[in-house]
Design a binder for this molecule. Structure first.
Ligand SMILES: [Zn+2]
Length: 358
C-alpha cells in the first residue's frame, strides 16, 4: 500500500494539535493521504513536551507513508489559538501552554522543510471548503465544537484572517454579559457556554447539586473529563441531565450561527469538531430551529447550515491545502473536484490513542 514518492512528487505534512490529540498526516494536493499518526496531547506539561509529541507524530506519519523528511515539500500545523501566520508566531493559546512558544523554529530545525503555522479552525474551514461540506461554495464559515470552539472563514477560496489574525475567533464572541469565565480570561464567551469544557462543567455542577446522571456510572465516578463519546452514550440512554445541558449548548450555538449570518452571510456554515461529530444528530435540529426562528432572516436557504463531511480530517485537509499553496499550487483552484482518498497505509489500525478526539 505504501507508495514511494517520485522525486518530482513532493508530499506535504499537515498536523492538527487538538486539546486531547495530536494528528499528523502526509498527503498531496490531489487529496490523497499516504500516512497518518495520532497520539495524545500531553497534559499538565510545558511547551517542550508538546513540541516533542508533535515531532514524534510527524516523524511517525512520514515513516508510515514510506518516506523520508527529504521527500517532504512543506508542513502546515494547526494551532488551537491565535496565530500570526505571516511571522509564524503563536500569539495566544488559551487552553494550552503554547503562547509565544517557538514551534515553527523547533520543527524547522528538526526536519529541515518549511513550516507554516495557522489557526486550527482556519485550516478546518479551508479543508471543508476544498473537499468537504463547503465544496464549490463562494464563502464558507466553519465552526468547530471540541474542547473549545473555533471557526474560520473562507471567501473566494482564500482564508480571511483579519487585520490582526483573530478573525473567526467565534469561541470568544461574548454571548452572555457577565457569564461564566472563559479560558481566555473574558466572561460569557461562546466557548464558555457551549464548548465541551463548558458542557463538562455544567454537568459537574448539576451533579454537585445532587442531580444524577448515567455518566457517573459510565465513567467510574470520574467526571473530570467527559469525552464526546460519553455524551453520546448518555444521550442514547435518555439521560435527562446530559439532554438538558446539550439542548442549551445547541441553543447557544444556534444563536451564534444567527450572528454569523448577520455579520457575514456566508453561503454555507459548516459545523464540525468532536462534539458535533458525536452528537450532531441531536444538536443540528436545535441549531436549525434557532436559525429558522430568526425574524431577520432574508431568503430561505435549505443548505445554509450543515455538518462537516471531513470529520477528523478537516484540519489535515486544510493544512495540505495551505502548505500546498505555499509550495506553489492552490489546490482549491487547481484540484477543486478531487475526493479525499486515505490510503490503507494511512488508515491502518491500531493507532495507539484511537479513543482520543478533538
Ligand atoms: Zn473566551
Amino acid at each position: 500500500m505504501v507508495r514511494k514518492a517520485q522525486a518530482t512528487e513532493k508530499r506535504i505534512v499537515a498536523v492538527d494539535i487538538g486539546g486531547t490529540k495530536i494528528l499528523a498526516a502526509v498527503g498531496d494536493i490531489r487529496g490523497t493521504v499516504y500516512g497518518r499518526y495520532r497520539c495524545s496531547t500531553p497534559r499538565d506539561c510545558g511547551a517542550l513536551d508538546i513540541f516533542q509529541a508533535v515531532e514524534s507524530a510527524v516523524a511517525a506519519a512520514i515513516k508510515k507513508a514510506g518516506l523520508r523528511p527529504g521527500d517532504i515539500a512543506g508542513m502546515a500545523v494547526g494551532i488551537p489559538g491565535v496565530v500570526d501566520y505571516k511571522r509564524g508566531r503563536i500569539v495566544k493559546t488559551p487552553n494550552m501552554p503554547l503562547t509565544e512558544a517557538p514551534l515553527r523554529e523547533f520543527l524547522f530545525e528538526r526536519f529541515g522543510f518549511p513550516v507554516v503555522l495557522e489557526n486550527d479552525c482556519n485550516l478546518g474551514a479551508l479543508g471543508e471548503a476544498w473537499l468537504g461540506a463547503g465544496r464549490h461554495c463562494r464563502s464558507v464559515f466553519g465552526v468547530f465544537v471540541g474542547t473549545g470552539i473555533g471557526s474560520g472563514f473562507v471567501r473566494k477560496q482564500k482564508l480571511w484572517r483579519g487585520a490582526r489574525y483573530s478573525a473567526g475567533e467565534i469561541g470568544h464572541m461574548v454571548m452572555q454579559i457577565g457569564g461564566p469565565v472563559c479560558g481566555c480570561g473574558n466572561a460569557g464567551c461562546l466557548e464558555a457556554l457551549a464548548g465541551r469544557t463548558a458542557i463538562e462543567r455544567d454537568i459537574r455542577e448539576a451533579v454537585a447539586q445532587g442531580e444524577t446522571t448515567v455518566l457517573t456510572e459510565l465513567l467510574g465516578g470520574d467526571l473530570s473529563v467527559v469525552r464526546s463519546r460519553a455524551l453520546r452514550a448518555a444521550l442514547n440512554a435518555g439521560d435527562p441531565l446530559v439532554t438538558r445541558v446539550l439542548e442549551r449548548a445547541g441553543n447557544v450555538l444556534g444563536a451564534a450561527c444567527i450572528s454569523v449570518r448577520h455579520l457575514l452571510d456566508p453561503q454555507r456554515i459548516v459545523l464540525g469538531g468532536g462534539v458535533m461529530e458525536a452528537c450532531g444528530d441531536f444538536l443540528m435540529p436545535r441549531i436549525r430551529s434557532v436559525l429558522d426562528a430568526d425574524h431577520m432572516r432574508s431568503a430561505k436557504a435549505p443548505d445554509e447550515v450543515c455538518l462537516s463531511q471531513l470529520g477528523d480530517y478537516a484540519v489535515i485537509v486544510g493544512g495540505i491545502a495551505l502548505a500546498g499553496k505555499l509550495c506553489g499550487a492552490n489546490p482549491l483552484k487547481k484540484y477543486p473536484d478531487v475526493e479525499l482518498r486515505v490510503l490503507k497505509s494511512a488508515a491502518q489500525k491500531p493507532d495507539p490513542e484511537s479513543n482520543e478526539e478533538s
